[in-house]
Design a binder for this molecule. Structure first.
Ligand SMILES: [Zn+2]
Ligand SMILES: [Zn+2]
Length: 268
């Protein structure tokens, strides 16, 4: 089917890069942070290598995910193969169910110590902006964006069109959640009833563990409201990052890349 080929062939990496180029420019004009140019360049140079490594890892991993889902579909594995509903409803439910599965994988990453060692790299950023989207450990990328989607497809019987649509929807959310630009309060509050907004995701990047372990959802904040992990804090009161990564040396790419294999004391 032509539409299936079109949606599954969209490279969402380029969509993410275009959005980051746009928002990074806007951040330079509107940001309230008083960072020197030297610090801004350093921050950028520590986040970009993560994307380069992830891009390479994904060249291999995306093929594994696609092959796994094709195998599941060929063998009619998953809930949707046992019910008859219209295609459009299957697509909407499919996107929501992929988001729900990612919610639980994300929550698990905060609660299982070995997974947190990798996920804390994303939380380490003390100067959050659109490029924080890049800061994720490559091994974690394998765990999340591969395994969670395969698991969701196996349980619910989702196909590649649904996955393509999900990635197309979730990518702008993942970039915009991290931007250092505040949406008008009324807009953030209104959208925040259903969707994850920048202010709500920023609560998730607060140093205080009480708030770090909240607002896990990527698209629908409804999952947090439903499963009791929704929290709110005014964005101007948020301190970003993790205490154990506060030192500038611990914001460097090489340190962060090896950090899952180091025991880091929170009081350091
Ligand atoms: Zn997290
Ligand atoms: Zn984040």
């Amino acid at each position: 089917m032509e539409i299936v080929d079109k949606i599954t062939s969209i490279n969402t990496n380029y969509l993410a890069y275009a959005l980051i180029a746009l928002f990074y420019t806007v951040e330079q004009i509107l940001s309230s942070k008083l960072l020197s140019n030297e610090k801004k360049v350093k921050h950028l140079l520590h986040n970009i290598p993560f994307e380069i490594v992830t891009f390479i890892v994904n060249l291999f991993w995306a093929a594994v995910v696609v092959a796994s889902i094709e195998w599941l579909n060929t063998n009619h594995i998953g809930f949707f193969y046992y019910i008859t509903i219209p295609v459009w409803l299957k697509l909407i439910l499919g996107v929501a169910l992929l988001d729900l599965t990612t919610y639980w994988f994300h929550r698990m990453s905060h609660n299982v110590p070995i997974l947190w060692r990798f996920h804390r790299v994303h939380h380490s950023d003390t100067n959050m902006d659109s490029t924080t989207y890049f800061r994720a450990h490559p091994i974690e990328v394998l765990f999340w964006f591969g395994t969670s989607n395969i698991v969701a497809s196996a349980i619910f019987g989702l196909d590649l069109l649904t996955l393509g649509l999900y990635v197309l929807v979730v990518t702008p959310f993942l970039v915009i959640e991290h931007i250092d630009v505040n949406l008008p309060d009324w807009l953030d509050k209104t959208l925040g009833w259903i969707f994850t907004t920048p202010n709500l995701h920023k609560v998730h990047h607060e140093q205080d563990e009480h708030f770090t372990n909240s607002n896990y959802a990527d698209i629908f904040i409804l999952w947090d409201r439903l499963f009791g992990t929704f929290k709110h804090k005014p964005v101007e009161q948020i301190t970003f990052g993790l205490k154990e990564f506060d030192h500038p040396k611990k914001q460097a790419f090489w340190y962060l890349l090896k950090s899952p294999f180091i025991n880091i004391n929170k009081d350091q």
